[in-house]
Design a protein around this ligand. Sequence first.
Ligand code: PGA
Length: 252
Amino acid sequence: MRRLIAGNWKMHMLRGEAARLAQDVSAGVANLGCDVVLCPPATALASVAAAVAGGGIGIGGQDCHAEPSGAHTGDISAAQLRDAGAEWVILGHSERRRDHAETDDAVRSKVLAAQAAGLRPIVCVGETADQRIGGRDTEVVGWQIVGSLPKDFTGVLAYEPVWAIGTGQLPEMGEIAAMHRFIRDELLRELGGGGASIPILYGGSVNPDNASAVLRLPEVGGALVGGASLVAAEFLAIARAAAALSNGGGAA
Ligand code: PGA
């Protein structure tokens, strides 16, 4: 299986720095044998798209509005992301669910808008520390899947335990595998046969040291990488780990 490694650059970097990082990544991943997507802040989308043009790297936004256009000051439509060079968009990231009170319903509307505009959504789900301690992690993730995905979902899912994002703490490998198995079953139940082919990424403190162990787990189709995606050498090491597995060393 060819893994997908997506970099979530969050609210980091100005256009020049972003274009330089994109060029460094692009030079390192040429012909690597894994899929790579970079999600810069919206202001840097066009310069990053130009920097990696023709290099086989996908570009993504970090959010879009549910409406195609209108009086929504400060928001960006899916078509505007496409126009700036994006083919992908991260939706429902826990930081947006937290900072902008995004509900599953809102995320689903955005997914529909993104798909209508020809973007591939990367939809994030994941439990908080309290929910996990309370033994509610699968219940929470299950409801997020039911609420956030339309029946004709054609994107990618990312399982990101909120407590693992930016903390250096990961679940046990067995726990990641169990959650991904659970998510696959939920996708099949919700989407029918189409649920079988949806890649499920893991996200939350992925780095060059743990990438290989995470990426070889069954049902882990790749990684959504935050902090480590801001350093070309680290992101490339993760991409190389993915490529090594995609070229025959992996489980599924
Ligand atoms: P992290 O972020 O890799 O810095 O934990 C992941 C994410 O938020 O997508």
